[in-house]
Write a new protein. Structure first.
Length: 367
């Protein structure tokens, strides 16, 4: 037990709940108090995001909000969820590498292959070095336990896809941040319900939520206070979301914990997919559209779900709320049908996801 734990035991409240509250407030405070300084420095040094082909803004905006997110999460989690960094030795190192690559890209715009190499490195570090990997598909496509090599390859690819998919939904004010809050809240609640062994993951989730809420205050503010999370923030959050999703899936592999509790839910991977359905479907949808138009799948455009809603005349906030409500509905449906077979449930989730992606198209045709 650490010195912080011994200190907090003096309160007549369970230690875990004290950690939850303080980690959340500390993250919130660090982000809220550090972003104004980042905005000032960004403006002074002209470290701004300029409108481009995929942008939904018309003027330069500071884009180093991800630095504040990283700072808040790393400080809060390392104090109150230090067991994670003991158990997953390469977790912090991976985050630092992503911070460096993200800041470099936000300032000077790195070439895509360099970012990809960095993402592969951090994914391998965590998957191989800390054994954070998808070990089983729970019967999806008739596949159960994966052999070690296939598990590593599949897990690394999953990390890379989700890191970039989360980055792609960061196209309008509030969307990536708000969706991140929802995802980490859902994973955090799940970890809480699954017992004390998972409490460090609950604290990590609350630390991240606090940091994002502090960021959203500025991201959704008027022009003088506005800041974007940039690639730094989207890569760090996408990486942590993938980490928490894989840990979530791993909990439900049929096994007994140290406390003798038996966990198994065959739909666990599908529930994880449902929670992350927005970036997954949005990315798949734009790739399909680009290939159908004989363009490179990596060429930037405005075919994302949020871009289509903006074309319908919705504001950034209304588009964000509309997207979140629909994809929260998918998560609720998935949870209510969690005892269905995993293949049928996955089909329902993906179908609902793509329906949501094409609803704006139908509305535009009627306009």
């Amino acid at each position: 037990m650490g010195k912080i734990d011994l200190l907090l035991q003096n309160f007549n409240v369970p230690l875990f709940y004290i950690k939850i509250v303080i980690s959340f407030l500390l993250s919130l405070f660090i982000t809220y108090s550090s972003i104004p300084t980042i905005i000032k420095i960004s403006r002074r040094k002209n470290l701004m995001d300029e409108p481009g082909q995929r942008s939904s803004h018309e003027r330069k905006i500071p884009n180093l909000g991800g630095v504040a997110l990283f700072f808040a999460i790393s400080v809060s989690a390392s104090i109150f969820a230090y067991q994670l960094f003991d158990g997953y030795k390469f977790l912090f190192a991976s985050l630092v590498i992503l911070l460096y690559i993200g800041v470099m890209d936000d300032i000077v715009i790195m070439r895509a292959y360099k970012k990809l190499v960095a993402q592969i490195i951090v994914s391998i570090l965590l998957v191989v070095g800390s054994d954070v990997r998808i070990r089983s598909l729970f019967g999806l496509f008739g596949i159960n336990e994966l052999n070690y090599f296939l598990s590593i390859v599949f897990s690394v690819i999953t990390f890379i896809i989700l890191i970039n998919a989360f980055n792609l939904i960061d196209g309008i004010d509030g969307l990536a941040g708000s969706y991140g809050v929802i995802c980490f809240a859902l994973f955090g609640i799940s970890y809480y319900r699954l017992g004390e062994y998972n409490y460090p993951l609950v604290i990590l989730s609350t630390s991240i939520i606090g940091a994002i809420l502090g960021f959203l205050y500025f991201n959704l503010s008027d022009k003088s206070k506005k800041i974007f999370m940039g690639d730094t923030g989207s890569m760090v959050l996408g990486f942590l979301l993938t980490f928490t999703a894989i840990c979530f899936i791993d909990i439900f592999i049929a096994k007994r914990s140290a406390e003798g509790v038996y966990y198994h839910l065959k739909s666990a991977p599908v529930i994880a997919v449902a929670i992350l359905i927005l970036p997954i479907v949005d990315t798949m949808n734009v790739i399909i559209i680009r290939l159908a138009n004989k363009k490179s799948p990596f060429e930037a455009d405005k075919n994302h779900i949020h871009h289509k809603l903006l074309k319908l005349g919705l504001t950034h906030k209304k588009a964000t709320i509309s997207i979140l409500c629909y994809y929260l509905l998918i998560i609720a449906i998935t949870y209510s049908l969690r005892h269905l077979g995993p293949n049928l449930l996955l089909l329902i989730v993906v179908a609902l996801g793509f329906i949501g992606a094409y609803i704006p198209n139908l509305l535009m045709k009627k306009k």
